[in-house]
Design a protein around this ligand. Structure first.
Ligand code: AMP
Length: 467
């Protein structure tokens, strides 16, 4: 039987602005700052209240946009989106924001997160005659709004949102307003800022910083903000749910210069490193991070332990999406091209590597081997989160349970697979105590298997296309 599935958005970045003459340019800059949240594609949709224009494409923000197409995006209302890289060739049609026309209205949506009832909703809508343009779950939201029998746009939107389940931070624009939404659990972040008297919405505060916008506040879980010429208006009409902020934003995903859920990512990561030392000290001559995601935790570990911090592995920051492969086989080329150990520093040393997370274990294994090949005498690893055992269905791109090394192996087995002298993970309790928010506010499903919203269909990017 043919199975019809969906692609979920994994990491994504959102930016929106209302009431600025340079809306497209500021959105471009905002997306530039959010590039780490998605490198596959980028798009901007702009309205001048009469016409809605869009420009979207595959690749990095700087590849998709240029002076000319930014100038052509005329209007003072804009929404932008960057999307994480996924495999497969079907992606051009899936570039966000999605723009549709219905009943004399234009509606564009950018979505960060993943709907867990996408499959049921899409099947139902298709049975009722809906024709889908993409394989993304976000398109369902547009269909639900367009199909709603309510008369006012606000009621149509509430109607649509009350039918979807899962993780969604959304920025929508119509011809004359911008709307920010955070799902009732608040899985993914969304913040509000102001620049030159205009309102800004963004996934992370680093996007506000770049355009010199002032941080105002977080959009609260379940909150919808409407911003138009009458100002900003907030409503919270959706059923309440247990807060379930994604803790992985702090561990790996967000930029360290951002504040997420109201708190500094840099400081949280540093505390994770300090706590890691308290729980799993190591006898070593130097502490080295896996750059860049391990940098802050390694600083915390080094400070707490008194062991010198060194940049024992250097990252090449200029790797594009593709490069010409070497004609001869080069061992571990993929790892080497990105990270290169500093031989003179590592030679004869007992090294403790700080890693933010181990997913499959395969890249860690190659990196550890590279550090040994560079002459390190002992290689220890400390990981600034607990073992990742369960897939995420709310928007972080983790592989299936089978592929997550910690789902089936004990710590000593992972240590041997990765090729370490010792391996230590931060405890769940230690991780939660390192972040200055009550522990009840977080979703920790990837560590505990406790899913705040039950998962009926395990929708992942790998189950997308028609088979
Ligand atoms: P591996 O050894 O193959 O499990 O890879 C571990 C590396 O993957 C770590 O350096 C992490 O920073 C990085 N990582 C963590 N989460 C993800 C993710 N969801 N997607 C891609 N890389 C990740």
């Amino acid at each position: 039987m043919k199975r019809r599935c969906f692609e979920c958005k994994e990491y994504c970045g959102l930016f929106g602005i209302y009431g600025h003459k340079d809306a497209a340019r500021l959105t471009y800059l905002g997306l530039y700052a959010l590039q780490h949240r998605g490198q596959e594609s980028a798009g901007i949709v702009v309205s001048d209240e009469k016409r809605v224009r869009q420009c979207k494409g595959m690749g990095l923000v700087a590849d998709v946009f240029n002076d000319e197409n930014i100038k052509s995006l005329k209007g003072h209302i804009a929404v932008g989106h960057v999307r994480y890289s996924t495999t497969g060739s079907s992606s051009a049609k899936n570039v966000q924001p999605f723009l549709v026309e219905y009943a004399n209205e234009s509606l564009a949506v950018g979505h960060n997160g993943n709907l867990v009832n996408a499959l049921e909703l899409r099947r139902k809508l298709e049975k009722e005659g809906a024709i889908f343009q993409t394989t993304m779950d976000s398109e369902i939201i547009l269909h639900l709004v367009a199909k709603s029998r309510k008369r006012q746009f606000q009621d149509k939107l509430i109607d649509a949102l009350s039918k979807i389940k899962g993780a969604y931070a959304l920025i929508l624009i119509t011809k004359d307003q911008i709307i920010g939404v955070r799902d009732p659990n608040g899985f993914r972040p969304l913040c509000l800022g102001q620049v030159d008297g205009s309102w800004v919405l963004a996934s992370e505060t680093c996007a506000l910083d770049l355009i010199q916008a002032r941080y105002v506040r977080e959009i609260e879980p379940g909150e919808i903000v409407f911003i138009n010429k009458r100002g900003i208006r907030s409503i919270s009409p959706l059923s309440k749910a247990k807060p379930s902020f994604c803790i992985f934003e702090y561990i790996y995903f967000a930029r360290p210069d951002s504040n997420i859920f109201g708190h500094s990512v840099y400081l949280a990561r540093k505390r994770l490193g300090e706590q890691l030392f308290k729980e799993c000290p190591a006898d070593a001559d130097i502490v080295i991070p896996i750059p860049d995601s391990g940098n802050c935790a390694a600083l915390g570990f080094a400070e707490a332990s008194g062991i010198p911090f060194e940049m024992g592995i250097i990252r090449n920051h200029y790797i594009g999406r593709t490069f010409i492969q070497p004609s001869q086989h080069i061992r571990d080329f993929g790892v080497k091209v990105k990270l290169n150990p500093v031989k003179e520093l590592l030679k004869g040393k007992r090294v403790v590597i700080i890693e933010d997370s181990i997913v499959r274990g395969t890249t860690s294994r190659a990196r550890v081997k590279a550090v040994r090949d560079a002459g390190a005498k002992e290689v220890h690893m400390r990981v600034s989160c607990p073992p990742l055992k369960f897939p995420c269905y709310y928007g972080i791109d983790f592989p299936t349970k089978k592929e997550l090394i910690a789902s089936s192996r004990r710590v000593n087995e992972i240590r041997d697979y990765v090729g370490l002298d010792s391996l230590g993970y931060l405890s769940l309790k230690g991780m939660l105590s390192s972040i200055p928010l009550p522990k009840e506010k977080f979703c920790t499903c990837c560590f505990t298997g406790e899913y705040p919203i039950p998962i009926k269909h395990k929708v992942s990017k790998y189950s997308l296309e028609r088979k």
